[in-house]
Design a protein around this ligand. Structure first.
Ligand code: NDP
Ligand code: GDR
Length: 374
C-alpha cells in the first residue's frame, strides 16, 4: 500500500503493487471501472455495491487527491477485508497497466468511463483527448481481448461510454440509426471509440456494448460544465459570495437527465443476452437559457441581473440541438428516467446553496477568500 493512510482520502487506500490475482467470495460479481473518480464512476460504484458487486476502480496519479466523489464509500485500509471497493493506479494512456489489472482483478464486467470529457477543452488539447478517449478505449479493448485469449475467461462483458456529442450536427431526434457528425476532437474521438467497440464485438465475439448517453448531470457534475457552473453560481450569488456569472452560447439545446438514473442503463446493457448499442436520453430538450430561468427563478433571482456573455466560452464549432430518441433502451432494457428536468435543476441548486453556505462560514471566519472556491 502506498500514500499516507492518515489522510482519510480514498486515494490513501490505493493499491500500487499487489498484483496477486483476487479471489472474490463465491457468487459475487466483480466489476472494473475506469473513470471511477468521475461523476458517473461514483454513481455506478454506489449502484454496483448495492447490487452486491465487488468494485475495482482504476485511478490515475495526480498531485492532489482526486477521490472526493468516492471518499464516502471508502473503507480505511486497516479494515481492508471489509472493503468492497478497491482502487488501483492505472491510466488509459498506459496499456501495460490495463492488462495487468485485468489479469489481477479478473472482472466479470468492465466499464470504460474514463475520458478527457470536456468538449471545449478538447479543442485546446486535441492530441491528448484522442489519446485517452479514442486510443485509450482501443487499449482497453485490446487488453480485454488478450486477457480472454490468455485465460479463456470469455464471459467478460465490456461497456463503452459513448456520447450524444457523436451526433453533433445531425438534427434531432437522434437514435441508434442517426448518422454521426462530430463537431469537436472529443466527439470525433468518441466516434472512434464507438467503432472500435463495434469492431471488437464483430471481429472477436467480445460482449461489448456502446451506451450512447445524452447529457446527464447531478450535484457531483464537474464545475466547468454549464449546468453545474450555473447552479454553483446561483448558490454563491444567493449567499453573497459572487455577483456575476460569465457564460457563452445560451441558445444551445441539450437533453439533460440525472446521472444516477443513467448508470442503471449502463448496467442493464451488460445484463442482456446479446451485446448491442443503445441511446439513453430523457427525450426532452432545453436551452441553456431555460436552465438559467429555472435555476435562478427557483431561489427568487433574475438571471439577467447576473449573467455576462463572454466570447471565450464559445466553441470553434457548436452542437446546437440534441434530443434523444431512447425507444430501444426503453423497450429492450425496460429503462426509463426517474428524475425530470425541473427536479434535476432544483436538486443541483439545493445542494449548491448548502455548499455555498459552508463556504460563507469559512469566508466570514477569515479562512477563505470570497473569490476562492475550495
Ligand atoms: P468526468 O469528467 O466526471 O470523469 C472522467 C473520469 O475519467 C475521471 O475519473 C477522470 O479522472 C478519468 N480520466 C481522465 N483521464 C484519464 C486517463 N488518462 N486515464 C484514466 N482515467 C482518466 O466524466 P463523467 O463521469 O461525466 O462521464 C463519464 C464518461 O461518460 C466519460 O467517458 C464521458 O466522456 C462520457 N459521457 C458523459 C456524459 C455526461 O453527460 N456526463 C454524456 C455522454 C458520455 P480524474 O478524476 O483524475 O480527472
Ligand atoms: P457538453 O456540455 O458540451 O454538452 O458535453 P457542457 O455543459 O460543457 O456544454 C453544454 C452547452 O452549454 C454551452 N455553454 C457553456 N458550456 C460550458 N462548459 N461553459 C460555459 O460557460 C458555457 N456557456 C454556454 C456550450 O457551448 C454547450 O452548447 C457534455 C460532456 O459531459 C461530454 O463529456 C458529454 O459527452 C456530453 O455532455 C454529452
Amino acid at each position: 500500500l502506498d500514500d499516507s493512510s492518515k489522510s482519510g482520502s480514498a486515494a490513501a487506500a490505493t493499491n500500487c503493487c499487489d498484483t496477486t490475482p483476487t479471489t472474490p467470495p463465491q457468487g459475487r460479481k466483480v466489476a472494473l471501472i475506469t473513470g471511477i473518480t468521475g461523476q458517473d464512476g461514483s454513481y455506478l460504484t454506489e449502484f454496483l455495491l448495492n447490487k452486491g458487486y465487488d468494485v475495482h476502480g482504476l485511478i490515475r496519479r495526480s498531485s492532489n487527491f482526486n477521490t472526493q466523489r468516492i471518499n464516502h464509500i471508502y473503507i480505511d485500509p486497516h479494515n481492508a477485508h471489509k472493503a468492497r471497493m478497491k482502487l488501483h493506479y492505472a491510466d488509459l494512456t498506459d496499456a501495460s497497466s490495463l492488462r495487468r489489472w485485468l489479469d489481477t482483478i479478473l472482472p466479470d464486467e468492465v466499464y470504460n468511463l474514463a475520458a478527457q470529457s470536456h468538449v471545449a477543452v478538447s479543442f485546446e488539447i486535441p492530441d491528448y483527448t484522442a489519446d485517452v478517449v479514442a486510443t485509450g478505449a482501443l487499449r482497453l479493448l485490446e487488453a480485454v481481448r488478450s486477457h480472454i485469449s490468455a485465460t479463456g475467461r470469455n464471459h467478460i462483458r465490456y461497456y463503452q461510454a459513448g456520447s450524444s456529442e457523436m451526433f453533433g450536427s445531425t438534427p434531432p431526434p437522434q437514435s441508434e440509426s442517426s448518422p454521426f457528425h462530430p463537431r469537436s476532437p472529443y466527439a470525433a474521438s468518441k466516434c472512434a471509440a464507438h467503432w472500435y467497440t463495434v469492431n471488437y464485438r464483430e471481429a472477436y465475439g467480445i460482449f461489448a456494448c456502446n451506451g450512447i448517453l445524452f447529457n446527464h448531470e447531478s450535484p457531483r457534475r464537474g464545475e466547468n460544465f454549464v449546468t453545474r457552473k450555473i447552479t454553483r453560481a446561483v448558490g454563491r450569488i444567493k449567499v453573497g459570495l459572487q455577483n456575476k456569472l460569465f457564460l457563452g452560447n445560451l441558445q444551445a439545446s441539450r437533453d439533460w437527465g440525472f446521472a444516477g438514473d443513467y448508470v442503471e442503463a449502463m448496467w442493464l446493457m451488460l445484463q442482456q443476452e446479446k451485446p448491442d448499442d443503445y441511446v439513453v436520453a430523457t427525450e426532452e430538450s432545453h436551452t441553456v437559457e431555460e436552465f438559467l430561468e429555472v435555476a435562478f427563478g427557483y431561489v427568487g433571482l433574475k438571471w439577467r441581473d447576473h449573467v455576462v456573455i463572454d466570447k471565450r466560452y464559445f466553441r470553434p464549432a457548436e452542437v446546437d440541438n440534441l434530443k434523444g430518441d431512447s425507444t430501444k433502451a426503453r423497450r429492450v432494457l425496460g429503462w426509463k428516467p426517474k428524475v425530470g428536468f425541473e427536479q434535476l435543476v432544483k436538486m443541483m441548486v439545493d445542494e449548491d446553496i448548502e455548499l455555498a453556505r459552508r463556504e460563507k462560514v469559512l469566508v466570514d471566519a477569515g479562512y477563505m477568500d470570497a473569490q476562492q472556491q475550495p
